[in-house]
Design a protein around this ligand. Structure first.
Ligand code: LMR
Length: 281
């Protein structure tokens, strides 16, 4: 079946050539010489499933894939999509540390879908031309840990307090809206693929030497007291070239309060990922 999917993709008139690999025995050869590894593996959230249910399955999958990445593609950019990203990125970091190949500049939790959603919902609400709208989203990638900085929307827009509350909650709950709408058939797939493709393309541009690549991502960070935090980062050939501390300055009262409120939850998710790896060794 995978051969068919690879052939299907190879019919697209792009320079990309698609190869297929199946099963654990081909994992090593699939990773050799790779510049960007994208890990979307695992189960999606289903209605009624707790974050713990998701974590218990996906953390094991991410850990074993990361062992293979550490052994076979230690210099690659690593994009983690498997949820809960707030915990699986720390899992990945701990595995890389244990293998002695951790470079925090090259490990990314993919939060692009939050940015995509924020831009879409803001453009719709304010009747703006979508292509021009950009909203930084900071924090993490679940529920209240997702914090869109609406005050930093470009082009500059003003929102009523009611609009800020409505848009923030909609962006935070967008993933769950899909999980419930799909009624057990999974979570975001099409918009997630679109967002993941955007983040891969940005990474490839950075690897190619483009000096003007900025994306939000959940990365090791010193912007707050939390060891991992999503924010806008500048990408270069080496990975994260710089954080943008000014993004966290001049927040509105609403944003500053929401930032403080998300920290304990995000901290607990990060600690859960770290202790998962240490408990097993
Ligand atoms: C989302 O935000 O909806 C995604 O994280 C869903 C997923 O399962 O990747």
């Amino acid at each position: 079946m995978l051969k068919g999917i690879a052939a299907d993709l190879n019919h697209c008139n792009t320079p990309a050539r698609v190869l297929d690999f199946t099963g654990e025995s081909e994992l090593e050869s699939s990773l050799k010489g790779v510049d960007v590894v994208v890990i979307p593996a695992g189960i999606p959230q289903k209605p009624g499933m707790t974050c713990d249910d998701l974590f218990n399955v996906n953390a094991n999958i991410v850990r074993s894939l990361m062992e293979a990445v550490a052994d076979n593609a230690p210099d690659a950019f690593i994009h983690i999509i498997s949820n809960p990203v707030n915990s699986t990125v720390p899992v990945a970091a701990e595995v890389l540390k244990q293998k002695g190949v951790y470079d925090p500049r090259r490990l990314f939790g993919v939060t692009t879908l939050d940015v995509v959603r924020a831009s879409t919902f803001v453009a719709q609400k304010k009747n703006l031309k979508l292509i021009d709208v950009s909203v930084p989203v900071i924090g993490g990638h679940a529920g209240i840990t997702i914090l869109p900085l609406l005050s930093k929307t470009r082009p500059s827009v003003t929102f009523t307090d009611g609009e800020v509350e409505e848009l923030t909650v909609r962006i935070q709950n967008a993933g769950m809206e899909l999980v419930e709408g799909k009624a057990g058939a999974g979570s975001a797939t099409l918009s997630m693929a679109y967002a993941a493709a955007r983040f891969v393309e940005s990474s490839l541009r950075a690897l190619d030497g483009d000096g003007d690549v900025y994306e939000c991502s959940f990365v090791q960070s010193d912007l707050t007291e939390l060891p991992f935090f999503a924010s806008r980062v500048k990408l270069s050939r080496k990975g994260v070239e710089a954080m943008i501390p000014s993004d966290l300055q001049g927040l509105t009262d609403y944003e500053a309060k929401a930032l403080e409120a998300l920290k304990p939850e995000l901290k607990a998710c990060i600690e859960k990922g770290v202790s998962f790896v240490h408990k097993q060794t």
